[in-house]
Design a protein around this ligand. Structure first.
Ligand SMILES: *Cc1c(COP(=O)(O)O)cnc(C)c1O
Length: 797
């Protein structure tokens, strides 16, 4: 229960002290700020109590360079179960809740799946009453804001802290020093509450901001050397300035290395300081701390903990044993080029003391391998320091007790091929934790209509904390009346999205068409280009036969390309060029539409997933570790058109092959094909595809062919210095993809049958809750217990 008088008085107080005006006189953005401050005031006492209840118990920590949180207002209100009340209080005050919701900036401190996973995990852990603290960096600029100019991606800084961040509290009292060879800075923590559903547990996301020891040099200023007077401040603040600075130059690489060490060292110092408050030594450290490394970005934690314990008088041998017992490592990629390495030179230059510890770890490993009877030659494969580089994945395997992949197929590939050698050395360390998503954000918050329908059918909202409950909906799959209601909700969500697209993108779409959606980072392996080729193929077909019958489709894309990833940017421009041609052509009107939404992020995602008819998960088999977008579509009741890759395998296992559209080469088939695949030969057999590929360079889109389209074309047919032609088997998989799409189009003409598949997908999505994933981490890796708070004590005023 929220007391209306109290909430109103608090909002008024913040309006007056913060803006010098009454609430009614504020802008939407200011109203959002005073509401969130009032909520924080309610939350704080509960938050403190919740932290205390875990005193003396083992706790888990999630070290991650990224947390892609999105907005917090609705999430917090829903998890506190007061959204309805607050909405009606605001209504009485004449305030439009939706406008306040929209006024909140996304906290976009991540690139994509890996950062969003971290955010879902925090939500699940708090909901399940586990103590899980997130540790990361308070980037002043998150993932860039994307616009399109003439179809090209343009990046702008995401100044999300412009007006401050009302959800975080600066804890200057708990700042620590982080020391680099050439620089020492303060790491100042900012704490954000992570409210579990029901409000029983409120955990903390602690993000570190880098600040100067001496922000202002008075003497220099007095000498009229104004730049020098603030140089230390600027140099220090650069460390937490932006997510993923461009690291094409050495200066950029140094900054990225400093970011990693900065948040890792600060977080470990934080844990050690708190540990010392209650313990005279470190022998129980690993019994009280479980630290998960989200990929290798925080891998420097392994030598850093050993170094810090060394300063406390713990021997290397003991500290190494404590480190392996404390840390666990999640691997997120099979792409070889994505396995992180750092040059020894850089480490020596910036972190010489840490480097010395890495050398010790490497020697320790060598000794162990000699004892195991490996030859010098065999040992080379495992060396952490190898030809002038530090292999961070190797460090992460040797320095932890658990290595997990993020979907069954991914973990199997790690064990069988990529990390096979390591698997043979330490088989018991390897395990799988299939990713998940939180149904609080990806169903309850983003789709209240479907949520209410599910609750009505089940006669309970237990699914909010137990997604396996959805199974019980399967018995309605043959009930046409139920499927019709489900269809009507999908139609509502499609109409809402259509209205939004009209405003945001200036494009009108027909909500009776198939909403065919591919939203994820732009990467060659994700094969947005395959999707684009299919659109062009359909376009050519209609142009050749304008009278042909075709199921109308809206193709929706959302994706950011890394600023330095030239080919990914070319693909964006290509899709936008196709969109312009298709959308302006009277011959295809009412049949094909292409929309590439600008600035795809969490909040946009929350509008797109619920409106999907079909989920595009078409990566080259073996390349997508898991995917989580695929799970959000499934939970929203959309079948998958996709390859047997990542978690698609498990999705189909749960929902049935016949309710999805699986096509294309398998991992095994690709392995067999490698070395004798000739895409040029395949093209000869397929004139329709040839016409599509030719369009890149035949003047269809530009009078003078641009180098970027030429390069896209050549990468397919000639390859490049670093890869074979058509490295991602787009040409090879094209026909199978077209046929799978034809099945989609065919099935869509029988809506009841098509949406039955969607309904069954939704009812089968229970496994993909991040609650299940977190439960597995907690039991099998972290070995922590859940501590609930009695319901009575949870309520906010
Ligand atoms: C879920 C999500 C992702 C991950 O999508 P994949 O399809 O799994 O790559 C990326 N970005 C945002 C904003 C998301 O919500």
């Amino acid at each position: 229960m929220i007391k209306k008088e109290l909430l109103t008085a608090r909002m008024r107080g913040y309006a007056l002290t913060g803006y010098g005006r009454e609430v009614a006189e504020l802008t939407d953005s200011e109203k959002f700020k005073v509401l969130s401050k009032a909520l924080m005031e309610e939350l704080l006492p509960k938050w403190r109590e919740s932290l205390v209840k875990f005193d003396g118990h083992k706790k888990a920590y999630y070290l991650s360079a990224e947390f892609l949180m999105g907005r917090a207002l609705s999430n917090n209100l829903l998890n506190l179960e007061v959204q309805g009340e607050v909405k009606s209080i605001l209504k009485e005050l004449g305030i439009d809740y939706n406008a306040l919701e929209e006024a909140e900036d996304d906290a976009g401190l991540g690139n994509g799946g890996l950062g969003r996973l971290a955010a879902c995990f925090l939500d699940s852990a708090a909901t399940l009453n586990y103590s899980l603290t997130g540790y990361g960096i308070r980037y002043n600029y998150g993932i860039f804001r994307q616009t399109f100019v003439d179809g090209r991606q343009v990046e702008e800084g995401d100044d999300w802290l412009r007006d401050g961040d009302t959800w975080s509290i600066r804890r200057a009292d708990q700042r620590v020093k982080v020391v680099f060879k050439d620089q020492t800075v303060y790491a100042v923590p900012y704490d954000t509450p992570i409210v579990g559903f029901g409000g029983g547990t409120i955990n903390t996301l602690r993000l570190w901001q880098s600040e100067a020891l001496q922000p202002f040099d008075f003497q220099a200023f007095n000498d009229q050397k104004y730049d020098r007077a603030v140089k230390e401040k600027n140099d220090a603040e650069n460390i937490s300035k932006v997510l993923y600075p461009n690291d094409s130059l050495e200066k950029g690489k140094i900054l990225r290395l400093k970011q990693q060490y900065f948040f890792v060292s600060a977080s470990l110092q934080d844990m050690i300081r708190k540990h010392k408050e209650n313990h005279k030594d470190f022998k129980d450290f690993a019994k009280l701390h479980a630290v998960q490394l989200n990929d290798t970005h925080p891998a420097v934690a392994i030598p850093e903990l050993i170094r810090l314990l060394g300063e406390e008088g713990v021997s290397f041998k003991k500290a190494f044993a404590l480190a392996t017992e404390t840390f666990a490592y999640t691997n997120h990629t099979i792409l070889k080029e994505a396995l992180e390495q750092w040059s020894v030179k850089l480490y020596k230059k910036i972190l010489p003391e840490v480097y010395k510890v890495i050398v010790k770890i490497d020697n320790h490993l060598r000794k162990e391998l000699v004892q195991k009877g490996l030859s010098t030659e065999e040992i080379e494969e495992f060396e952490i320091i190898h030809s002038g580089n530090i292999r961070m994945a190797w460090l992460s395997i040797y320095g932890t007790h658990s290595i997990n992949g993020v979907a069954r197929l991914h973990t199997d590939i790690l064990k069988d091929t990529e990390l096979h050698g390591w698997y043979e050395l330490y088989p018991q360390r390897f395990n799988n934790k299939t990713n998940g998503i939180t149904q609080r954000r990806w169903l309850l918050e983003s789709n209240p209509e479907l949520s209410a329908f599910i609750t009505k059918l089940l006669g309970s909202d237990d699914w909010i904390t137990d997604l396996e409950e959805l199974k019980k909906l399967k018995k309605y799959a043959e009930d046409d009346e139920i499927i019709k209601e489900f269809m009507a909700i999908k139609k509502t969500k499609k109409r809402q999205l259509a209205d939004y697209l009209k405003v945001r993108e200036g494009i009108a779409v027909d909500e009776n068409a198939i909403f065919d959606i591919q939203i994820k980072r732009l990467h060659e392996y994700k094969r947005q280009l395959l999707n684009a080729f299919h659109i062009l193929y359909l376009y050519h077909k209609i142009k050749e036969n304008p009278q042909m019958e075709i199921t109308p489709r809206v193709f929706l894309f959302g994706a950011k390309a890394a600023p330095g990833y030239v080919r990914a940017k070319a693909i964006i421009r290509f899709i936008n060029a196709i969109g312009k041609m298709v959308n302006e052509d009277a011959d295809v009107r009412g049949r094909l539409k292409v929309v590439f939404v600008e600035n795809y992020g969490v909040s946009y995602a929350q509008r797109l997933f619920p409106a999907a008819d079909i989920s595009e998960q078409i990566s080259t088999a073996g390349k997508e570790a898991s995917g989580t977008g695929n799970m959000k579509f499934m939970l929203s009741g959309a079948p998958t058109i996709g390859t047997f890759d990542g978690a698609n395998v498990e999705i189909v296992e749960e929902a049935g092959l016949s309710n999805n559209y699986i096509f294309g080469l398998t991992v095994e088939e690709i392995e067999e094909l490698k070395g004798h695949y000739n895409p040029a030969k395949e093209l000869k057999k397929n004139p329709a595809l040839k016409k599509v590929v030719d369009s890149l360079i035949d003047g269809t889109f530009e009078e003078v062919v641009s180098p970027e389209f030429q390069e896209l074309h050549d990468a397919l047919l000639l390859g490049a210095s670093w890869h074979a032609p058509d490295n991602y088997f787009i040409i090879r998989d094209f026909q199978a993809y077209v046929e799978a799409q034809e099945r989609v189009a065919q099935d869509f003409t029988k809506p009841l049958e098509f949406y039955r598949k969607g309904f069954i997908n939704m009812a089968s999505a229970g496994k993909f809750s991040s609650d299940r994933t977190i439960e597995e981490y907690a039991r099998e890796i972290w070995k922590i217990e859940s501590i609930d708070t009695p319901r009575k004590a949870r309520r906010i005023v």
